[in-house]
Design a protein around this ligand. Structure first.
Ligand SMILES: Nc1ncnc2c1ncn2[C@@H]1O[C@H](COP(=O)(O)OP(=O)(O)OP(=O)(O)O)[C@@H](O)[C@H]1O
Ligand SMILES: [Mg+2]
Length: 309
């Protein structure tokens, strides 16, 4: 089983309108609600690939209950810590020409008791897990070290860990040495105060991550080539050319795709091409992290991993 942790989930509302006009009242033509948050996206994609997972993190208030209902409707197994602090909501206004404009509410700090409760949950879930995936932002400073704690607990139970985050939670989690990290270019540059200008810079960046003790390092860059390394091997992988509809969550789909590969016992190189295909499959449609095996396979045929070292 794979445990995904989402510290800062969101009720994701998409409102369809003809055209957005500032200062006007709009009549929506349709509305969709989806349980959002990066670890939840990973869990959704894993479910569609037939990999068992459980999603945890914080949910609170009436919005938190709605997120839980949506998870139940999707059949995504979950064990969230419930707090009194309302889960945030995000609204995306989608115009008929596919232009989208989003407003995300600010997250609210979770209570310290909730932080302790989630930490305890790690110790209940990890003995039953093979991987733990820590994805996305933190709702506030009280929760910033929970990915660090999760990675330490993963070591304690001898399971693998992924950290796909940014800012303080990412910086702290690196100190616990996760098994796999997958920052995008921007997240890497911010975390290490450098600029990745060319392929050599990406490779140097990967070596920096390996030198921290990380086993699998990946740096992505949307539709541009991504780079990946394990000790002794570096790959450059060019994503397939697709018609981009919505790349939000492509990183999450990629993480799920890679873990699907590991669950099949594949070598890392094949996990990577599958992950890149899953990321591209996500970008070519509106829904988030909801591609099936056939859609991913159709794109994987077009991908070759180029061995650099
Ligand atoms: N427009 C695109 N065309 C083809 N492949 C894409 C596209 N966008 C993303 N991908 C694939 O998905 C992978 C991850 O995408 P990206 O670098 O955007 O991740 P991310 O910024 O972490 O995304 P998010 O945090 O929204 O999930 C890329 O390495 C690539 O393989
Ligand atoms: Mg990402």
């Amino acid at each position: 089983m794979i445990t995904t942790i989402t510290l800062n989930p969101m009720l994701d509302k998409t409102v369809h309108i003809d055209k957005l006009m500032r200062g006007s009242i709009h009549r929506a033509t349709a509305m969709e609600l989806v349980a959002g948050g990066k670890g939840i996206n990973v869990a959704r994609q894993l479910k569609l690939l037939g990999v068992q997972s459980v999603a945890t993190g914080f949910l609170g208030g009436a919005v938190g209950s709605m997120v839980m209902d949506l998870l139940r409707q999707e059949g995504i197994e979950n064990e969230f810590v419930q707090t009194d602090v309302p889960t945030r909501e995000g609204v995306t206004y989608l115009e008929s020409d596919s232009t989208s404009t989003a407003v995300f509410e600010p997250a609210r700090q979770v209570p310290v008791a909730g932080v302790h409760e989630l930490n305890k949950k790690f110790h209940a879930l990890f003995p039953k897990s093979s991987w733990v995936v820590c994805s996305g932002s933190s709702p506030g400073s009280e929760a910033d070290d929970l990915y660090y704690e999760a990675v330490l607990a993963a070591h304690q139970y001898g399971i693998m860990s992924v950290v796909d985050s940014y800012g303080e939670p990412f910086r702290l989690a690196l100190k616990a040495v996760p098994s796999l990290v997958k920052p995008n270019k921007d997240e890497f540059e911010r975390a290490f105060g450098t600029s990745l200008q060319n392929g050599d810079d990406f490779v140097k960046g990967l070596h920096h991550l390996l030198d921290l003790g990380i086993q699998y390092a990946i740096i992505t860059d949307g539709p541009r080539p991504c780079y990946a390394a394990v000790r002794g091997h570096v790959w450059k992988i060019t994503p397939p050319a697709i018609r981009t509809i919505n790349p939000v969550g492509s990183g999450d789909a990629m993480v799920a795709g890679i873990l699907y590969g590991f669950s099949q016992g594949w070598k890392f190189e094949r996990c990577l091409t599958w992950g890149v295909a899953a990321g591209a499959a996500n970008a070519q449609k509106w829904g988030v992290a909801n591609s099936d095996v056939q859609e991913i396979l159709a794109l994987e045929y077009q991908i070759r991993a180029q061995r650099l070292h």
